[in-house]
Design a protein around this ligand. Structure first.
Ligand SMILES: [Zn+2]
Ligand SMILES: [Zn+2]
Length: 168
């Protein structure tokens, strides 16, 4: 790991280091899952491993911007407002790689479990997907699937992506 981790207790520092390893492994296709197609895994791998990019990950316990947020990304800084698990870290790293809300949510829900902090997309998220006209790395096809944009490969069913009762 080369991305720098700041403002964390020793325990949270160690946790973030573990989660960075988990995120990198999942993106590369761990747990028998196929790797995510397209350029996104490489971009996030670079953010985690290339020190020249100067990315930092922060613990946000004392960050006033964190009010009401699970986490956020600003420039080359990812802030974990809550230690919600590797799913949240992956979500914010997707934003760091220029991903929109759809991109961040797809990676979160596709690669991580509820226990790891993954939360399926709800009505508020869908509103943002619409406002942003979909993702940069993923899109919704007319048959109700999520596809990867550059390869057009199927990634997941919309029914597995949205929280129960959520419509898009
Ligand atoms: Zn987001
Ligand atoms: Zn499709």
């Amino acid at each position: 790991m080369t991305v720098r981790v700041r403002d964390c207790t020793p325990q949270d520092f160690n946790m973030i280091q573990q989660w960075l390893n988990v995120v990198a492994a999942r993106l590369a296709g761990a747990n028998g899952m196929p790797p995510i197609p397209g350029p996104l895994p490489g971009k996030i791998h670079n953010i985690i491993h290339n020190p020249q990019l100067n990315f930092t990950v922060h613990c946000g316990q004392h960050d006033k911007r964190c009010s009401g947020l699970r986490g956020y990304q600003l420039g080359k800084k990812v802030v974990m407002c809550n230690m919600d698990g590797p799913a949240l870290l992956a979500h914010e790293l997707v934003h760091a790689a220029d991903g929109r809300e759809l991109d961040a949510e797809v990676v979160e829900v596709l690669l991580f479990s509820k226990q790891e902090g993954a939360i399926r997309a709800n009505a508020g998220d869908v509103k943002i997907f619409r406002e942003q006209s979909g993702g940069r790395y993923f899109y919704k096809c007319p048959n109700g699937h999520i596809h990867e944009s550059s390869t057009q490969r199927f990634v997941m069913n919309l029914s597995d992506f949205l929280a129960p009762g959520t419509r898009w």
